[in-house]
Design a protein around this ligand. Structure first.
Ligand code: FAD
Length: 234
C-alpha cells in the first residue's frame, strides 16, 4: 500500500466511525505537524483520548493515509467539549455576538474563524450604525447554517446508503451554501460594485441548477481513496 501524505493546505480527509467521525489535515500554519481530530457525542464512547487517536490512525491507514511514517512523535491528545447552536439574535443597539459566540456550525465547514473575522469586518460600521450593520451580519451568519445540515448528512449517513446520486446532490448543496456565504461576506465589505455582483451571485446560488455537478463523485476502494484524491489535487 502506498504511503500518502497530505499536501499543504489541502481539504481535510474525513472518516466516519460507528460513534463519530475524524479529520486529518495539514495546513501551512501547522508547520511540520499534521492535525488529527475526532469528534463524537459526549456519551457515545467510554474510550480515552489515546484510544480514540488510535482508532483515527487505523481508519486513515485503511484509506492509504499513513501519517505515522512521517510523524512518528505523537503529542498528547487533548479533548474538549463542544456544542453546535445558534442564538436567536446576534446583535442589539449596543452589543454584538461575535462569530462563534453567536452560533457554531460543524467544525469541518471552517466557519469558526470566518465568522469571527466577519464580525471584525463590520465592527467599525456596527459602532457607527448598529441598525444597518446588525441585520447584514445576521444575514451572513444565517447563510452559514445550510452547510451544517450538509455536513451532518455526510457524518450521519451510513456508507451502504451512499450513492453517487445522493453524494452528488449533497455536494451541490454545499457548493450553493458556500457561494451564498461568499456573497454575504462580500456584501459586508460595503463596496457598492462588489455588493452588486454579490447580490447577483446570491440570487443565482438559490437555484438548484447553480454549478450543478461541479464536484465529481468517484467510487474507489477504501485503500485507494487518499492516494487518488491527493494525486488529483497535488
Ligand atoms: C482544535 C480546534 C480546531 C479548530 N479548527 C478550526 C478550523 O479549521 N477552521 C475554523 O474556522 N475554526 C476552527 N476552530 C474554531 C476557531 O478556532 C474559533 O471559532 C475561533 O478561533 C474563534 O475566534 P474568536 O476570536 O471569536 O475567539 P478566540 O480565538 O477563542 O479568541 C478569544 C481570545 O480572548 C482571550 N480571552 C478570553 N477571555 C479573556 C479575558 N477575560 N480577558 C482577556 N482575554 C481573554 C482568549 O485567550 C483568546 O485569545 C477550531 C477550534 C479548535 C479548538
Amino acid at each position: 500500500m502506498a504511503t500518502t501524505f497530505l499536501p499543504q493546505g489541502t481539504a481535510p480527509v474525513i472518516f466516519r466511525h460507528n460513534f463519530g467521525c475524524g479529520q486529518a489535515r495539514s495546513a501551512p500554519a501547522l508547520g511540520a505537524c499534521v492535525s488529527i481530530g475526532v469528534i463524537l457525542d459526549s456519551d457515545a464512547s467510554d474510550l480515552g483520548d489515546e484510544a480514540l487517536a488510535g482508532i483515527a490512525e487505523e481508519a486513515f491507514r485503511r484509506r492509504g493515509l499513513i501519517y505515522r511514517d512521517r510523524h512518528p512523535e505523537p503529542t498528547r491528545p487533548r479533548s474538549l467539549r463542544h456544542r453546535y447552536f445558534v442564538h436567536e439574535r446576534g446583535y442589539g443597539a449596543n452589543w454584538l455576538l461575535v462569530g462563534p459566540s453567536y452560533g457554531q456550525v460543524w467544525w469541518m465547514s471552517g466557519t469558526g474563524v470566518a465568522s469571527a473575522l466577519a464580525a471584525a469586518r463590520i465592527a467599525a460600521w456596527f459602532v457607527r450604525s448598529p441598525q444597518a450593520a446588525g441585520p447584514a451580519y445576521e444575514r451572513y451568519m444565517h447563510d452559514l447554517l445550510p452547510s451544517h445540515s450538509v455536513l451532518d448528512w455526510f457524518v450521519a449517513t451510513r456508507r451502504q446508503q451512499l450513492t453517487q446520486e445522493t453524494v452528488s446532490d449533497q455536494a451541490d448543496r454545499l457548493i450553493r451554501a458556500n457561494a451564498r456565504r461568499l456573497a454575504r461576506l462580500t456584501m459586508l465589505g460595503g463596496n457598492p460594485v462588489c455588493s452588486g455582483f454579490a447580490r447577483l451571485l446570491h440570487r443565482l446560488s438559490a437555484r438548484e441548477s447553480f454549478l450543478h455537478g461541479y464536484c465529481k463523485v468517484k467510487t474507489l476502494p477504501l485503500a485507494e481513496q487518499s492516494r487518488t484524491i491527493f494525486a488529483d489535487v497535488a
